[in-house]
Design a protein around this ligand. Structure first.
Ligand code: AMP
Ligand code: MG
Length: 310
């Protein structure tokens, strides 16, 4: 398949309306989009990514009001969408009938999100609901640039909408809103602190077993570059010409690549790109400096632990 590269959101929307697959920039990471109600297009998303079929997809909407069409919007879900949509928050709600079963992995719930990125919104306004998992081959780091998405999916998708690098760099916060209190299934840029400021009873799923039961995708190997990721204590560097460094501290000289981030927001934004650059340079190790688990640091450490486990 020849993959069309375009900077025109109308052209991207036309590909999607025909049932095609198109990579889209959002503020979190680049997504691989398809019409949410087109079972055949949804099936091709799983194929293109090599995604396990028990890993449900997030339905992306142009406006929070459209959530009513795909889900039974609970009182809590409505409040969360009013507080955080559009933005990097995904809300899990009871599903309405009609979606292809692959979208929800048969869970009876559906995850919805309203992206903030202007190009994604422009496309969604003309297509209606789209599924859009991260635009990487399953298991690989999520793409934060169109070129990273092309590296994984060129020739496997109909089009790539070329936008700017993503501003957040990590996948959305996933919150279960089927009950009375927000339950964070996956940490992201909407932090637990930000949720607690408006919903004081918010909590994160405590045990990994509970997380994988409620959010099957978190079970799978994720975010893993080919290089071995070592999570190291602050300042605990072992420079090598065969290794890359990423962290808040400048490392001693001797690393083949070093990404020094001025703050944790920059760390989040640059993490997956640093992984991919280490792989492109065929390095065997990445030393990733641990950060305090507060605010966005929780999401950065979540991704680092998963990458290190891979
Ligand atoms: P990705 O789009 O690749 O960032 O992955 C989507 C994430 O959302 C996965 O971790 C899924 O487990 C989670 N997710 C999607 N739909 C649901 C749902 N209905 N219930 C719980 N988690 C979900
Ligand atoms: Mg993903």
């Amino acid at each position: 398949m020849r993959t069309l590269l375009t900077r025109d959101p109308d052209e991207a929307a036309a590909v999607l309306r025909r049932g095609g697959l198109c990579v889209l920039p959002t503020e979190t990471v680049y997504g691989l989009a398809a019409l949410a109600y087109d079972a055949d297009a949804v099936r091709r998303v799983f194929e293109a990514k090599g995604r396990p079929s028990d890993n449900p997809l997030i339905v992306h909407l142009g406006e929070a009001a459209e959530a009513d069409e795909v889900a039974h919007v609970t009182a809590l879900g409505g409040d969360l969408l009013r507080a955080f949509a559009p933005g990097p928050l995904t809300v899990v709600l009871p599903a309405r009938p009609g979606l292809p079963p692959a979208v929800t992995a048969g869970l009876g719930t559906v995850a919805v999100r309203v992206p903030l990125a202007p190009l994604a919104r422009a496309v969604l306004r003309s297509t209606g609901p789209l599924v859009a998992p991260s635009a990487n081959r399953s298991g690989r780091p999520s793409p934060t640039t169109w070129a990273a998405a092309a590296e994984d999916l060129d020739g496997r998708v109909d089009a790539i909408l070329q936008g700017p690098p993503t501003t957040v760099g990590l996948e959305s916060t996933v919150v279960d809103a089927t009950g009375d209190v927000p339950l964070v299934l996956r940490p992201g840029a909407v932090t637990l602190d930000a949720l607690e400021a408006q919903f004081p009873a918010s909590r994160a799923v405590a045990a990994e077993a509970e997380q994988t039961r409620r959010s099957p995708g978190t079970r799978h190997r994720h975010y893993a570059p080919r290089a071995q990721v070592h999570l190291v204590a602050p300042g605990d560097a072992s420079p090598s010409g065969d290794a890359a460094w990423i962290g808040l501290s400048p490392p001693p000289s001797g690393y083949a690549l070093a990404t020094v981030c001025p703050d944790v927001e920059a760390y989040a934004r640059q993490l997956f790109d640093a992984f991919r650059r280490a792989d492109a340079a065929q390095l065997s190790r990445i030393d990733a400096e641990a950060v305090p688990e507060v605010g966005l640091g929780v999401a950065v450490m979540d991704r680092l632990r998963r990458a290190a486990a891979g």
